[in-house]
Design a protein around this ligand. Sequence first.
Ligand SMILES: [Zn+2]
Length: 323
Amino acid sequence: MPRLVAGVDLGGTTASLALADLDGTIVHENKIATESYGGPQRVLERIAEGILALAEEAGQKPAALGIGLPGLVDMESGTSRFMPNLPTNWVNVEVSQILSALIGCPVKLINDARAATLGELRFGHGREADSLALFTLGTGIGGGIAIDGKLRLGPIGAAGEFGHLAVLPYGPMCGCGNRGCLETLISGPALTGEAVRLVRSGRAPILNELVKGDISLVTPKTMAEAANAGDDVLKATITLRGEYLGIGAANVVMIVHPEIIVLSGGVAEMGELILEPVRRTIRERVSMVPTEAIRVEKSQIGERAGLCGTLALAADTVTGEPS
Ligand SMILES: [Zn+2]
């Protein structure tokens, strides 16, 4: 039987678990509720139980495990530094050590957006491009950089926090303490918040009709539907926010000069409404380096990118290849 590795993509509400062979082909997988209110020790125990259950099905324990966490991690020491969306924030939790003792294999940590970048590099657009920058556009905004076929991480794995590129010097306050970060302008909550304001002021009538006045149904998906059906003020708002993202992407282009910029997460599902202003803004604002060949595309593997990346990280641990 080929050797197996394990991957975990830990989110605020669910954790995706998988066992795969060293090529990343998933053989068993499962989703569990994170139940983050139980605290880090309990969450990690539940993850270990879930992985061991999959290992029992497979008849084999994993040779290594990769886990993607939603926040700042120290890859070197295997500890979580700060998880903004999990109770207690998981400050200095020895995640590698705890999981390794429970499961009995080496455990590697990685930030979830960096995991998604590694997943995209190995199994998505990276198959046709050696250099890419990935933006995860969800509840928050994350990112990652791959240059010359390798994920680039920096000393603790924090390289690529694109969500906190400031594009409006006096823009909204961000959770990070800065102002006008991309996360305050084009994350899912930032976009839907603006759409709700338009609904309430009668300037997004089609969206209002679509959600039947229930603002809890305002999502990037319903926003895109209404904008494409003729809600012009809403569409202009999305375009403007897409241009802000384009300014951030233009800055990334100046630093990395990637072959492709990949957008993933719920906001990327708005498709051309977001992709077009990003492409246009890069062309308008970058002239120092060639931009004609830089593509801006939606992720090829979508929400599975993070899980695929953790499996690749675990496989690299076994084969000795650097990520
Ligand atoms: Zn910020």
